[in-house]
Design a protein around this ligand. Structure first.
Ligand code: NDP
Length: 287
């Protein structure tokens, strides 16, 4: 068996075209959807992520406002800035790029974002809404994974799904979304006693660990669908995922590559969440 490659770039492109179309409808009706991105300090990786988010907005008809604050900004000043953005009518979504400098309480900052502008879905109100099956914003990375599974018509109802990783931004919301779709979900993590016993009976495995190529073909049931969320560097400094793609390709029925799998979906879902926040406020009859 040779696994089908799940093409995240192509799915992302289709979704972005739809975002651009709907954003244009809203703009024509008098409001261009707007995203505020707040970057504190000059962490190089964060600068790249932020630049890519702003660029994606520009390319798809969203207004973006990049707020750069110095690394030594006080927590109070950052909270005051968020309060301004919460009431800024041009802004439908607010994203604070993580990680924040150590002197700032990230939890407090995320809780200061108005839940109806929390397009990352990290506010406790949005985490709770997801938990109770009434999500307002789904966190972008797991939401992107769901869109990939949908695009490739992977059956979810009744499927055995294993999520490796239990972070608040990927693993836990991923498990909840799969559960919402009717899968039987197991969450594995660093304390899991026998990881292979779980992965070997899964129809779908989502790896969100942060360890280069840790998921191997022999850990899978033949025909499984494998989703690789990880972004790592291998021993040669080359970008790679949590999945050893070369070894799973002969066992899995479909798998996402890194790069070109989950990665392009994350920013796309940020655009979708921002657009939908704008649409909720100003419903467009033609959309
Ligand atoms: P975290 O470090 O917050 O979580 C990693 C999880 O993996 C933890 O729950 C940890 O368990 C678990 N884990 C670690 N080692 C093992 C092991 N040997 N066996 C089983 N589980 C293990 O990472 P994130 O969730 O933030 O991110 C995960 C990966 O996804 C990273 O590579 C990150 O760069 C990438 N990422 C990619 C995105 C994209 O757009 N493609 C977006 C966000 C993240 P425990 O809780 O017990 O410590």
């Amino acid at each position: 068996m040779t696994a089908q490659t799940i093409d995240g770039k192509a799915v992302a492109q289709q979704l972005r075209a739809d975002v651009a179309r709907r954003a244009a409808l809203l703009a024509a009706a008098g409001h261009q959807p707007g995203l505020a991105v707040v970057l504190v300090g000059d962490d190089p990786a964060s600068q790249v992520y932020v630049r890519n988010k702003v660029k994606a907005c520009e390319e798809n008809g969203l207004f973006s406002l990049l707020d750069r604050l110095p690394a030594d900004v006080t927590e109070d000043a950052l909270l005051a800035r968020i309060a301004e953005l919460n009431t800024d009518a041009r802004i439908d979504g607010i994203l604070v790029q993580l990680p924040l400098p150590a002197h700032i309480d990230s939890h407090k900052v995320l809780e200061a974002i108005a839940p109806d502008k929390d397009v990352d879905g990290f506010h406790v109100a949005n985490a709770g809404a997801l938990m109770t099956g009434k999500p307002l914003f789904r966190p972008c990375t797991p939401y992107g994974v769901m869109k990939l599974l949908e695009a490739y018509r992977v059956p979810l109802a009744g499927a055995e799904a294993v999520v490796i990783g239990r972070s608040n931004i990927v693993g836990k919301p991923m498990a909840l979304l799969l559960l919402e779709a009717g899968a039987t979900v197991t969450i594995c993590h660093s304390k899991t006693r026998d990881l292979i016993a779980h992965t070997q009976r899964a129809d779908i495995v989502v790896a969100a660990v942060g360890r280069a190529k840790m998921l191997k073909g022999e850990m899978l049931k033949p025909g499984a669908v494998v989703i690789d969320v990880g972004i790592n560097r291998d021993e040669n400094g080359k970008l790679c995922g949590d999945v050893d793609f070369d070894s799973v390709v002969n066992v899995a029925s479909a798998a996402t590559p890194v790069p070109g799998g989950v990665g392009p979906m994350t920013i796309t879902m940020l655009l979708v969440n921002t657009l939908e926040a704008a649409e909720r406020k100003r419903p467009s009859p033609q959309a």
